[in-house]
Design a protein around this ligand. Structure first.
Ligand SMILES: Cc1cc2nc3c(=O)[nH]c(=O)nc-3n(C[C@H](O)[C@H](O)[C@H](O)COP(=O)(O)OP(=O)(O)OC[C@H]3O[C@@H](n4cnc5c(N)ncnc54)[C@H](O)[C@@H]3O)c2cc1C
Length: 248
């Protein structure tokens, strides 16, 4: 692993200040369950790691009149077990519960789940694929039975691995983004980008931006939303396919 500088941030404003000075060299560390692998495999080599795990102001699930607000550092286990989410935003609670294993759900934050990197093994392995600056997507003629797109692959056939993303898009959620120049709000469905738009990125975040909150608009009480996921084994695995449905 390449050495890096580590900062324990204590507030959102402090993160913004750090990003204002060294945004392109810094990376957010939330639970670290994905980032640590990226660092160890030298797939990501930032000079500075900004730990947001101690920012208490980013850990909450709040019910408000217009819906529910979830801080970016809220762990998936808390989302899976939250009574209001389980009752009124069932698809999200089910999606959080479908992630990996209890250990991953206790470590992994919702912000990190939305910003995790692709699981394509050519991207994760020692291959100079098109996503890493090469000129070939090895999945096209190689091992492509899991974690790859069957539609609209274009140059790279990676799919986004996040279970909660599927539920949040169906629930019409907003993603609240803090930035050095300005804060902004985007619909979850506009947050993610495919390889056709930018081969190196999976979302619209600029280097000096990060997620602070997820907002889900209120829906009628007892609306029975659902999340379903199919995978190669019963636990500890990413989706082969998943679907979320929210009746309107
Ligand atoms: C064995 C295993 C099985 C898994 N199975 C599943 C699964 O079935 N379904 C699923 O959806 N996921 C699965 N995951 C992925 C897991 O859910 C994510 O690793 C986890 O949610 C990431 O959260 P984190 O807080 O640890 O993020 P980190 O690892 O700290 O960060 C991940 C990435 O997001 C960025 N980031 C983190 N927070 C923010 C933020 N607030 N704003 C901007 N960028 C941010 C980081 O810079 C980094 O690039 C699995 C992971 C493992 C290791």
């Amino acid at each position: 692993m390449q050495s890096f500088k580590w900062i324990n941030a204590t507030s959102v404003d402090e993160v913004k200040e750090i990003f204002a000075q060294q945004g392109d060299k810094a990376r957010i560390f939330a639970g670290g369950s994905d980032l640590m692998t990226m660092l160890k495999e030298r797939l990501d080599m930032p000079e500075l790691i900004v730990n947001i795990g101690n920012i208490k102001a980013l850990k909450y699930i709040r019910e408000e009149e217009d819906g529910v607000r979830i801080g970016a550092m809220t762990v998936l286990a808390d989302i899976a077990e939250h009574p209001v989410l389980g009752r009124n935003f069932t698809a999200l609670a089910q999606a959080a519960k479908a992630v990996g294993s209890p250990q991953i759900r206790n470590m992994g934050s919702i912000g990190g789940n939305l910003c995790q990197r692709p699981r394509c093994w050519y991207f994760r392995g020692p291959f100079m694929c098109i996503r890493k600056g090469g000129d070939t997507c090895y999945a096209v003629n190689g091992e492509n039975q899991y974690y790859h797109a069957i539609l609209e692959g274009e140059d790279c056939f990676m799919v986004h691995p996040s279970d909660t993303a599927v539920a949040l898009i169906a629930l019409d959620a907003d993603i609240i983004i803090a930035g050095v120049k300005k804060d902004r709000v985007v619909k979850a469905e506009n947050f993610f980008i495919g390889p056709g738009e930018d081969i190196e990125k999976e979302n619209i975040l600029e280097p000096d931006e990060f997620i602070t909150e997820i907002r889900i608009p209120a829906i009628e009480i007892n609306t029975r939303s659902t999340f379903l996921k199919t995978r190669i084994r019963g636990a500890w695995n990413f989706a082969l396919a998943s679907v979320a449905e929210v009746p309107s």
